[in-house]
Design a protein around this ligand. Sequence first.
Ligand code: NAD
Length: 485
Amino acid sequence: MSDLSNTPAFGLSDTELMPEQGDFPGNGRLAVRDPSTGALVAQVAMSDATGARAAVDAAQAAFPDWSTTLPQVRAEILHRWHALIMEAKEDLSRIMVAEQGKPISEARGEIDYAASFVQFYAEEALRPNIEGVTSHLHDAEMELWREPVGVAALITPWNFPCAMITRKAAAALAAGCTVVIHPSAETPLSALALAELARRAGFPEGVVNTVIGDAATIVGEWTADTRVRALSFTGSTEVGRLLYRQSADTVKRLVLELGGHAPFIVFKDADLDRAVAEAIKAKFATSGQDCLGANRFYIERPVYQEFCERFTRAVEALTMGRGMDDPDIGPLIHERAVEKQVLQVNDALKNGAKLLTGGAIDHDRGPLFFQPTVLADVPDAAAIMSEENFGPVAPLTPFDDEGEVIGRANATEYGLVAYVHSLDPRRIYRLTRALQFGMVAVNRTKVTGAPIPFGGTKQSGIGREGARQGLEAFTDIKYVCRDWG
Ligand code: NAD
């Protein structure tokens, strides 16, 4: 594991991070590869169905004590976890670069973001969890108690291998749930590192359980298990639908944070310099592999030509390379992701789009590097205008009026985020009302953070993560009515 050998602050030995045996039974080893080079980074012990059940046994056994541990004590342990994550920031960032490929500055940013959820929910753990109700009965007092649901299963993707774990786990743990975590097969090391830091922070045995293995086997065990009361999933809409169906028989509390297909709309009255700069961020952060990534760009016709030129120049200035060299763009995660770029670009060109820059694999750098690409005059019929791109391809198209662009922006089964650029307050108000998305970002791109409820409408998901709302799926309401007669 060459890329990970120098992680002094963390002080983790290979055998601690990747013991011969995982914490839960199973067999086989998972190869983790650096997407920049294809080099083997590590081999991780895999659990199987027996291991998945053993993790739930452990979480179920730990639940009675953890759920009745004083909130102050839960908060203290969460604060220690936060401090340890921040102390190990550099090492966690390097681990992430080695297995995920993202530029090191982005990895450092993700650790700050990941840690912020732990800090936020350490503080939320202390907020009152009993609410009074104005009584409609004589001689009766009413209260709503928020109680932890039990064992929560957390299933996370590879694009934000640390933040997606802490966003779920910190909320569940603060609420008093115990957790079983299944990270993506591409990024198990970040998950194991966070689990080791959780152990050092002092979470009691069985409270946090991380299980590496075949996703369908592990998660299939958990969806069928009546002891797992909540399931929180971040990933594709396709897998989200499957887990929704699988969870029906045991009626689990569900949070589904699924795919997106964000429109990026620029009106002629926008600050064009700013719109171009924000469009670059909205498209190319995480090398385009972001559920919040701008997927289609609608530009009002009078500024279309100028936007195309300025945006293309900015894209041509982007650097691409290995994560540790800190370029603007790194490799894509695997071959399937690259194939999707090739298919979507070819399909758009066949439908009449024009290639302004990029459009091909950068073979000199490696098979997973796809050039940042701009396509102009892309018709709505092109696949990229309705399918998630999840890569560095930006399709641009002109529009003529507000009603038209609202209709085109909303013509999707996704509803995660929409971006609008305009300096006209009345127009901004109308757009904000009309766009059918869980989040609307006006004249800026970065909108997420621990205090905001993150989530989508339509097939982008169910429920919210972050903020007070992030606790809801991990708690049940108990209504108490006391009659003093
Ligand atoms: P994915 O759906 O393929 O996998 C996500 C997780 O599901 C992984 O842990 C994987 O192991 C597990 N999984 C895969 N197949 C499974 C199965 N049959 N049964 C049970 N579990 C299974 O998604 P991905 O490729 O890892 O991530 C990219 C997707 O995630 C994109 O669609 C993106 O939009 C979405 N995403 C959404 C958000 C959000 O907050 N809304 C954030 C990040 C990513």
